[in-house]
Design a protein around this ligand. Structure first.
Ligand code: C5P
Length: 305
């Protein structure tokens, strides 16, 4: 059994994020293009002598019990019956509440790491089941490849993206609460008598259409993020910040710019690294946290080999 495993965990951006009406189970159906990016955190698991022991050290300001890595470890132990002693060092770089899903990636990669350490007692299907219980975005990170994502995040259809694209991430330092933003979106829709129509789906109803649009020039993309209607609405405290971020990304040459997930990160898409570098330098004159990220085209499991 492996004694130690070190891995870098990714995050994601949503090139498109359509949110449907609230379901009976308290979740919303989504239709989204998820893109894994090479910006994230690191995890180091070390086997410990005392069976059942668990210790998490992290630079994140929440208790170990509340950390999703702890929940992943406990769920893995429950499902596999393995209870070898473990410690973990989690180094967070990606801020929580930023719409990048880095916590979900931490959880997914913890499951993969533990399964590997224990010589794979659980099938990929079993890992997917645990992942879905940990959070809506966790199953995606077990794949870590660009995907058309539906359901509440558990229906995943891989897409391929050009490797030369570069993404510029702009982080305003705001912590957004996903559940609260879903509720705000519902309230906004209720106040405007919103009814789900098939209008939007005419342009992007399935993964095949997502593939088609991805092959078109950035400026023709019909992609959007439903959370932007909440974040940019009149009266919203930080609306000017989001407006400014999106305007600045376009001014810096982005072919497409949007909020990722429920924010607060905005991203711009560029055709290559040079263009992204130029944009980053321009954006740094106004914004403090600007990063360049690239898409990842490998499944998470390969990353562990
Ligand atoms: O699944 P996760 O724990 O990440 O979701 C956090 C909250 O976000 C849920 O409790 C739910 O309120 C909301 N959510 C939703 N629809 C989704 C995903 C999340 O309403 N597809």
């Amino acid at each position: 059994m492996a004694e130690r495993i070190f891995l870098e965990t990714p995050s994601k951006i949503n090139l498109h994020l359509a949110v449907g009406p609230l379901r009976q189970d308290g979740y919303h159906p989504i239709e989204s293009i998820f893109v894994p990016i090479d910006y994230g955190d690191s995890l180091e698991f070390t086997r410990q002598a005392q069976a059942g022991s668990w210790h998490l050290k992290s630079n994140l300001d929440i208790s170990s019990e509340k950390n999703i890595v702890t929940r992943a470890v406990l769920d893995f132990r429950r499902a596999s019956g393995e209870d070898f002693g473990l410690s973990c060092v989690l180094k967070k770089t990606s801020p929580p509440g930023a719409g990048l899903g880095s916590g979900s990636a931490n959880a997914a990669y913890s499951l993969l790491a533990l399964n590997k350490m224990a010589k794979e007692p659980l099938s990929f299907k079993a890992l997917l089941k645990i992942a879905a219980g940990l959070g809506s975005d966790v199953p995606f990170f077990l794949y870590t490849c660009a995907a058309w994502v539906q359901g509440r995040g558990e229906i995943i259809q891989p897409l391929s993206l050009p490797q030369h694209w570069a993404f510029v991430l702009l982080m305003p330092g705001l912590h957004n609460n996903t559940a609260a933003l879903f509720a705000q979106l519902d309230a906004l829709r209720q106040s405007s008598n919103w009814k789900p129509t098939k209008e939007d789906q005419k342009v992007l109803a399935n993964g095949e259409q997502a593939k088609y649009w991805l092959s078109q020039p950035f400026r023709c993309w019909p992609f959007y993020n439903d959370f932007q209607s909440v974040l940019l609405q009149e009266g919203e405290e930080n609306k000017n910040i989001y407006r400014q971020m999106l305007a600045d990304l376009y001014t810096a040459g982005a072919g497409f710019a949007a909020v990722s997930g429920s924010g607060s990160t905005c991203f711009g898409v560029f055709s290559g690294k040079k263009e992204a570098e130029r944009a980053k330098n321009q954006l740094l004159t106004r914004w403090k946290s600007v990063y360049i990220a690239n898409t990842l085209a490998r499944p998470a499991i390969a990353g562990l080999q």
